[in-house]
Ligand binder design. Structure first.
Ligand code: HEC
Length: 195
């Protein structure tokens, strides 16, 4: 069958009674195309309208600090050298925040005593240590002791040494006797410890 013959077999408006066959098929094709175009557009539109507010929301949620006394100072001072988000990227207790703030002062942060107190309270209250299960002093590693009890490396090592030599600690009183530990500091963290 050559091209001319094939063309003659295809229905045309002349060959179909009513003269509409060929055009119907083309019209159907066009309709399909425009439906699929609409679908693509629709998906974009849905994405746009759904995700745009979501992006806005998450963007805002990040930059927004809880309303409480000390917020203004925190925003002003802790967003100076790095993003505010970085300042509140950690959760820790008041002592941890005190250390972080001391570190920032060491890095050049200018903070008056009044501002220091306000920011410390704000951070400790709004970004507190996450609830962690109690630390079993008789199973803890040096790193865990250091980070959970804010001990120095040598204090943590002293605990491990004592544990290895004299066996498991029975109570917080045993722990306080480890040479080099600050008994008051251990006492303050007793709620986090298990034996
Ligand atoms: C004078 C500049 C400066 C100011 C002001 C400042 N920081 Fe920082 N901060 C730094 C630098 C520099 C680092 C990076 C330190 C590093 O990588 O060791 C940092 C890092 C941090 C980190 C990451 C963890 C860490 O300990 O390195 C936290 C959290 C943080 N800052 C909190 C704060 C808070 C809270 C305030 C407000 C009281 C604050 N920063 C104000 C300079 C500053």
């Amino acid at each position: 069958m050559n091209a001319d013959e094939r063309r003659s077999v295809l229905p045309t408006h002349e060959s179909v009674p009513g003269g509409q066959g060929f055009f119907h098929r083309e019209a159907a094709k066009d309709a399909k195309k425009s439906i699929s175009n609409l679908c693509v557009l629709g998906v974009f539109a849905v994405r746009f309208f759904l995700l745009w507010p979501l992006a806005l929301f998450t963007g805002r949620a990040w930059a927004q600090l809880p309303e409480a006394p000390g917020k203004e100072e925190t925003k002003r001072i802790c967003g100076k050298c790095h993003e505010l988000e970085r300042s509140v990227s950690v959760h820790q207790d008041e002592e941890g925040w005190l250390q972080t703030m001391d570190k920032m002062v060491g890095l050049g942060a200018k903070i008056t005593d009044e501002e220091f107190g306000a920011i410390l309270k704000y951070l400790a209250k709004n970004f507190p240590a996450e609830e962690l299960p109690k630390l079993n002093v008789n199973k803890a590693t040096a790193i865990e002791l250091e980070s959970r009890l804010t001990l120095t490396r040598s204090q943590a090592a002293a605990i491990l040494q004592h544990r290895a030599k004299k066996g498991p600690f029975k109570s917080i009183e045993d722990l306080k006797k480890v040479p080099g530990l600050d008994a008051a500091k251990i006492e303050a963290k007793k709620d986090r410890l298990a034996f």
